[in-house]
Design a protein around this ligand. Structure first.
Ligand code: ADP
Ligand code: ZN
Length: 729
């Protein structure tokens, strides 16, 4: 028998399936076809051609071929293959991440012109004044009315029109998304520079020169303190590639937090910029994908999964805030977009830049070993000084008073000078715990080993990770007492306290709750950018990327928790956050200062960090990691199992790993209950594998997976493997 088609079916199985071609020719590798799979019809991707691996009589023919040619370019196919192998994850599920939903549902891969939002006839006659309660929709409708010929998504984004507003108008029948033939001159043939570049300082120039000299694969670690002008380096390097008609792919941790960066790109370059974010419709996402695949998108900015965007003429990949843990997917296909971006650049043979003020120890180690080229910007631009970091001993602080006298005075002083201040706590809601003063009852989540947070504004107890909500009890559910008290402080409580303390000052709270409504983040940030004295209260949404020119002071509460964390990455991640927050202050003429309220003033690591030198701090951590054999000096894989039966997960993991003990290169830790054993009603157990060599680790994993699959309990537990885990809880 001749060759068969090996397809990756979108099911969680770690294997390919054989099918027969419909005609004399085998469908192209990377093209889609429809097949009968058990009793379902599924759309899948041709992964390989080869000899049949099962009896010929059992192989079914393909039902339908969807594409003439590969829809996944060879570099992406290679990337997906490599990723499936490395993460030991089913290829079908890797493809689920890599392909836009529309393509997985069978939509055509080629587009018919430009995708345009246009006002409908009904929209013309709509009552615009009737939309006063939906100002974003009103704005969008007026905008579409002014642009009769319609507007593309990127154009609408630059006019600050939101997807939600457009979708709402479409629902009313007032706006529509249509395909129109492409008319504009390709961007490669137009002048692309919208404004003159800044004159780089010597350090920026050195980094730019190094990057401009590179046309081939090389990983650059652009290691620049906050405010050192990394973005200007990106811009000048991007200019070279855009000038040569090449595309730029940029990965960022969270789109919503980078409006300033995107705005700067738009000012600098007259080229189509496509932003991939979760607010896009399937159709729009597909369109951006196609525009990138055809080379009509010049700059593509997106989060994690944008690493799978096809590029017709790839020039360079940039990963901004490269240390950010959100580049690692925490469920399903647990990949690191940062690591995949490096592989992608290698496959494409183009340069990649990882930009950050606080590189991960893994990346720093790679730079020290010479695997990455280390470009450093140790100083802030212009006259800006490095922020001063101060520890404030709060071990005696009354737990009912989240802010110390000293912190309050510092806030007062900053406001009196007409400047702005920020209070940071990484916890939203009013208080993390409600308890009974008589019997000790605590507001525990019924499904997890965790407390429920009191959200006073919403009048609820909430557990953020499992979305459990309960009304606030008026009496203790255990003893009936009315003596309910709260412990700890979240952003809501801080806001309330600060409003009482500074009644005449503007207060801006920024967290997931206060910015849930589209456009509200922009509105809150506007207040800050107006420059009047004010206090910002917020969570890590405040820590990243923002440039607040009048912010002099930041105060952090509970920033030191990570230094006591059971997770070995705790101190590294806490330090990154601390330096990010410090980096929001003193970005222009006035010096900036961060006050850390701490209960462990003697912690040597914390004291070291206060010198403001991340590298010194990182070297100290690196020593500890080396001794423990942890990354970057060892390699980790984490197996987790969970079930509603408490003993099943550990039994399964123990049985499957029983004969691993003979493999002496790999250390097997566990099975042990996860740090939070019960989550969303399931008990969780984990097994950690640690090896000094990546190879030894990866050799073991397939056997363990097989053993897990073969064990009867695997039918009654959910389990997964996380290679290079970032979160060990
Ligand atoms: P980073 O991303 O490294 O934190 P930014 O790129 O946001 O820093 O730069 C901080 C500020 O410095 C910005 O306002 C930017 O416009 C300004 N800047 C950057 N490079 C220069 C330069 N060469 N000359 C003058 N100002 C600069
Ligand atoms: Zn009670």
């Amino acid at each position: 028998m001749g060759q068969v088609v090996k397809v990756a079916v979108p099911v969680p199985l770690r294997q390919l399936f054989d099918y027969l071609p419909t005609g004399p020719h085998l469908p192209a590798i990377g093209s889609r076809c429809e097949v009968q799979f058990s009793r379902r019809r599924l759309i899948d991707v041709v992964w390989a051609h080869g000899e049949a691996s099962v009896a010929a009589s059992t192989i079914r023919p393909i039902l339908r071929q969807l594409d003439e040619q590969a829809i996944l370019p060879p570099d992406l196919l290679t990337l997906c293959k490599k990723a499936a192998q490395y993460y030991h994850h089913p290829v079908g599920e890797v493809l689920q991440t890599a392909l836009p939903a529309s393509l997985r549902k069978g939509h055509s891969g080629t587009h018919e012109g430009e995708l345009i939002w246009r006002i409908t006839a009904a929209g013309h006659h709509a009552d615009i004044d009737g939309l006063t309660r939906a100002p974003r929709q009103q704005e969008a409708l007026i905008c579409l009315k002014q642009h009769q010929q319609g507007l593309s998504r990127p154009a609408l984004t630059s006019l600050n029109i939101s997807s939600q507003a457009l979708n709402a108008l479409a629902k009313k029948g007032w706006a529509e998304l249509v395909n129109l033939p492409l008319t504009a001159t390709p961007w490669q043939e137009r002048p692309f520079l919208g404004e003159a570049p800044l004159t780089p300082n010597a350090e920026q120039q050195a980094a730019i020169d190094a990057l401009l000299g590179e046309d081939h694969f090389n990983t650059y670690l652009l290691d620049g303190v906050t405010g050192s002008g990394k973005t200007e380096v990106y811009l000048q390097v991007m200019a070279k590639h855009l000038g040569a008609g090449q595309q730029v792919l940029m990965l960022v941790p969270e789109i919503g937090l980078t409006p300033q960066t995107i705005q700067r790109f738009k000012q600098r370059f007259n080229v189509p910029i496509h932003v991939l974010h979760s607010g896009l419709t399937d159709k729009e996402r597909l369109y951006a994908w196609q525009m990138a695949a055809e080379g009509q998108a010049a700059i593509i900015i997106g989060t994690r999964s944008a690493v799978f965007t096809p590029l017709a003429r790839p020039g360079i990949i940039i990963v901004d805030e490269a240390h950010d843990t959100s580049f690692k997917q925490q469920d399903g296909f647990r990949y690191s977009a940062r690591d995949l971006a490096i592989w992608r650049a290698q496959i494409l043979n183009i340069p990649i830049v990882l930009g950050t003020a606080t590189p991960t120890l893994e990346n720093l180690h790679a730079a020290q070993e010479g695997r990455f080229r280390h470009l450093r910007l140790p100083h802030r631009t212009g006259h800006a000084q490095p922020p001063i970091i101060q520890l404030e001993d709060c071990s005696q602080l009354n737990p009912l008073e989240p802010l110390s006298e000293y912190s309050l005075k510092a806030l007062q002083h900053t406001l009196d000078k007409g400047r702005q201040a920020l209070v940071f706590v990484n916890r939203r809601g009013y208080a993390p715990l409600l308890l009974c003063g008589d019997c000790g009852w605590q507001s525990e989540c019924p499904h997890c080993d965790a407390h429920m947070t009191w959200h006073r504004l919403a009048g609820e107890l909430r557990r953020h990770h499992c979305n459990t909500q309960r009304p606030i009890p008026t009496r203790c559910p255990q003893c009936g007492s009315h003596h309910l008290i709260d412990r700890g402080a979240g952003t809501e409580k801080l806001q309330q306290m600060l409003e009482q303390h500074f009644p005449n000052r503007a207060l801006v709270r920024i967290d997931r709750d206060s910015t849930r409504q589209k456009g509200s983040l922009a509105k809150q940030l506007d207040i800050v950018h107006q420059g009047k004295p004010c206090i910002l209260v917020g969570t890590q949404m405040l820590a990243k990327g923002h440039h607040f020119s009048r912010l002099d002071l930041a105060i952090m509460l509970e920033a030191d928790a990570g230094f006591m964390s059971a997770d070995f990455r705790g101190p590294e991640q806490a330090a990154q956050l601390i330096l990010q927050v410090a980096g929001r202050t003193g970005r222009t003429d006035q010096p900036g200062r961060l006050l850390i309220q701490t209960r462990q003033i003697d912690n040597p690591l914390l004291q070291l960090l206060c010198q403001g030198d991340y590298h010194k701090f990182a070297m100290q951590l690196m020593q500890e990691r080396r001794l423990a054999g942890f990354p970057p000096f060892g390699y980790l894989a984490l197996f987790r199992a969970e079930s509603i039966q408490q003993d099943h997960p550990a039994t399964l993991l123990a049985a499957a790993s029983a004969n691993l003990w003979q493999q002496h290169e790999v250390m097997v830790l566990g099975p042990a209950p996860a740090p939070m054993e019960r989550r969303q009603g399931r008990y969780r157990s984990q097994l950690l594998l640690l090896a000094p060599e990546r190879k030894a680790l990866h050799k073991l994993i397939p056997g363990l997976i097989d053993a897990l699959n073969a064990h009867p309990l695997s039918k009654r537990c959910r389990w997964h493997v996380d290679v290079d885990p970032v979160d060990l809880t």
